[in-house]
Design a protein around this ligand. Structure first.
Ligand code: ME8
Length: 666
């Protein structure tokens, strides 16, 4: 009998920065489902990849003096390294820069054009540069900013191609409200009310303002705008309109697309519309999860993201606690649809309670007792008790429950169900008191039965945990003496699979207990340091990205009032730049030698990303002359030069060149 195909996808991630624990959530969740489905005997295609085009990438690459392809190659290598580290068993990795994908996207665009769904027009509206999205006035947030990233938008106008959405409105509304495509279904009404009821607007699908994208084959002034390029990946990766792969017939439509809520709209409305226009079958399910959030400065929770500087490094966590532990933690904390606040306290307490005290302890106690009382091999004599039946039923009933939760993409509930059985097994130890049975020669058969039942409970729970924690569970099977055939899917709703005289092997501690206070202190210190570093990096990077006019830019709030006497404490002097050079090993700092009219001085300034040394030599600037000296990257700085923070970056305040060096400025 041929295996049933099962196709699951993560979003393709932007390689615009290094991946963080937020990216891990979707990928680990899909990996666990893919592994579970393989265990059930399905023929699984698990796809992930990277979304490599667009203005943001073009700008980032330029800032680093790289070509966009060189830039993304570097980050994609880090993504792949992380997926290997996290034990992600993807079957295919798509890069939107792959030739076959580019070829297919051009063909898809042309096909939609030929079918009359794409037409040329002009776009004018509010545009968010970081999100590369145009928004209508009604979609802007309460401050008139981008509804996705809440940054200012600007008015923009350009010739563009559009994708007609209105022909699909009714079918999409039905898809959302009347089928179980969208999970959780509760989000459907919000989507229908916000985007469909007001009238589905045509979607802008090309750009002329940047080059880093798939060229429109019949009008190469235009590149294909992100969503037609990105969403198509789910079919081009299978060989739709290309000959690089040939699994489209086998795997399409997808069983599960999993994404976070920020890209729900694109997957719930635009993607089905594209598929309808191409007359392709629709995917079965779109599973939408919330964000892993961090507590913001004001106590509010905010999305963990590189641009907010609050990311948690998965490599660091994996090194400290083990990859399986991290996989378990993020899956156990996030319910489908809801956000999940990342906290070091919750993580460590969860590891201690569920993994060290719960599952780890169950395995080590059971194996240790089998070893102590029977030298590792259980005798065949048995003595049952009424208590055992309820326990066995709980164990054998677990599989159906977990199957159901996996099919509903409810991984948190699946793990909760498994850990309920783990707790039940620990309680069974308390109820049967094997250490008392061990002291009584006449109770050996009862003791062997209790330990055997516990080993069976461990066999079933560990096999069901293996898709979530793939490295640790084979170690458990080694310890409980289970052969590979004992943990096959078909044997997980049966009791009595291990041989009667099974032999256990004491092994390493699976999940060591963590010293809560010490670890939390260390983790919080690491996080703080990372946030500060990211903030500093961001302020220079982002300012380079923004292109709003001064009127549209956010004006920083005024500092508290000061008196003229306070102001008089600051000595501002005119100074001339005699020479300037980059500070070694720093891409931000310039070291300036100044004529300050007082014998000269050296000042270090964080303007290297905005000025070349030769732009400054000979210029007259404003110097804060009585600042206490500091060392920056080991170089002494005696004062500070004045500069304006503008939407396009830092701009030095220059004075007229005939103002003598040393003049006091008031
Ligand atoms: O949106 N918590 O890419 P992206 C949970 N290229 N999940 C998170 C997360 C967080 N804090 N941060 C990121 C894009 N994610 C597009 C997608 S698909 C055709 C194109 C996960 O790199 C989550 O799955 O911004 C989210 O949907 C995805 O990363 C977006 O990643």
């Amino acid at each position: 009998m041929s295996k049933k195909p099962f196709y699951i996808t993560t979003p393709i991630y932007y390689p615009s920065g290094e991946p963080h624990i937020g990216h891990c959530y979707t990928t680990v969740a899909c990996d666990s489902i893919a592994r579970y489905k393989r265990m059930q005997g399905n023929d699984v295609m698990f796809l992930t990849g990277t979304d490599e085009h667009g203005l943001k990438i073009e700008q980032k690459a330029e800032a680093q003096g790289l070509s966009p392809k060189e830039y993304v190659d570097g980050i994609v290598a880090i993504f792949k390294k992380l997926w290997k580290y996290m034990n992600i068993s993807y079957d295919r990795y798509i890069r939107t820069t792959d030739d076959y994908h580019v070829e297919s996207v051009q063909k898809i665009f042309k096909e939609l054009y030929d079918r009359g769904y794409i037409y040329k027009g002009e776009y004018s509206g509010k545009y968010c540069t970081p999100c590369e999205s145009f928004w209508t006035d009604s979609q802007l947030d309460e401050n008139g900013c981008c509804p996705e990233c809440h940054r200012p938008v600007k008015f923009a106008k350009e010739e563009a191609y559009f994708f007609k959405m209105s022909p699909f409105a009714d079918r999409i509304e039905k898809l959302l409200l009347e089928t179980d495509y969208l999970r959780p279904k509760t989000r459907a009404v919000e989507l229908v009310n916000n985007f469909i009821k007001p009238g589905l607007e045509d979607l802008c699908v090309s750009r002329t303002t940047f080059k880093w994208g798939v060229p429109v084959s019949f009008d190469d002034k235009h590149v294909v705008y992100v969503w037609i390029d990105a969403l198509s990946n789910y079919i081009t990766a299978l060989g739709y309109m290309n000959s690089a792969h040939s699994d489209f017939e086998k795997y399409w439509p997808a069983d599960v697309h999993m994404v976070a809520k920020d890209i729900m709209r694109f997957h719930a409305i635009i993607w089905p519309a594209m598929l309808m226009a191409l007359e392709l079958p629709l995917p079965h399910h779109l599973a939408v999860h919330g964000w892993i959030t961090m507590q913001g400065k004001g106590g509010e929770s905010e999305k963990m993201s590189k641009s907010l500087g609050n990311v948690v490094d998965p490599f660091m966590l994996g090194e400290r606690y083990g990859v399986d532990t991290i996989r378990y933690h993020i899956l156990r904390e996030m319910a489908l649809g809801a956000d999940s606040a990342f906290s070091n306290e919750i993580m460590i307490n969860r590891i201690n309670s569920d993994l060290a005290n719960g599952f780890g302890n169950l395995v080590s106690r059971t194996v240790a007792m089998a070893d102590k009382y029977f030298g590792g091999t259980l005798p065949a004599d048995r003595e049952g008790d009424a208590l055992d039946e309820e326990f066995k039923a709980k164990v054998t009933g677990l599989l159906a429950e977990v199957d159901k939760y996996i099919d509903e993409t409810k991984l948190k509930q699946a793990l909760e169900a498994i850990f309920e059985v783990v707790s039940r097994a620990n309680k069974y130890i308390d109820e049967t008191e094997p250490w008392k049975l061990g002291k009584d020669e006449t109770k050996k058969a009862r003791l062997a039965t209790v330990l055997y039942n516990l080993l069976e409970a461990i066999r079933v729970t560990s096999a069901l945990l293996a898709p979530f924690m793939p490295t640790t569970m084979p170690k458990v099977w080694e310890q409980i003496g289970a052969a590979a055939t004992d943990v096959e899917y078909g044997k997980l709703d049966k009791f009595g699979v291990l041989p009667e005289n099974v032999t256990v092997h004491k092994g390493e501690i699976l999940f060591p207990r963590i010293d809560v206070d010490k670890e939390i202190e260390e983790l919080n210190a690491i996080l703080l340091k990372n946030m500060e570093a990211a903030k500093a990096k961001l302020s220079s990077e982002e300012k380079g990205e923004k292109t709003e006019t001064a009127e549209e830019a956010e004006i920083p709030e005024l500092a508290p009032e000061i008196t003229i006497d306070d102001f008089a404490k600051v000595e501002i002097r005119a100074a001339k730049v005699l020479s300037a050079e980059r500070v070694k090993k720093s891409d931000k700092l310039l070291c300036l030698q100044l004529d300050d009219g007082m014998g000269g001085r050296q000042v270090v300034s964080g303007i290297a990303q905005y000025y070349a040394p030769e732009d400054l030599v000979g210029k007259t600037i404003q110097l804060i002359a009585n600042l206490k000296p500091v060392k920056l990257r080991g170089v002494e700085s005696n004062g500070m030069i004045c500069a304006a923070d503008t939407p396009s970056g830092i701009r030095v305040v220059f004075l007229d060149d005939d103002i003598p060096a040393g003049s006091k400025i008031r």
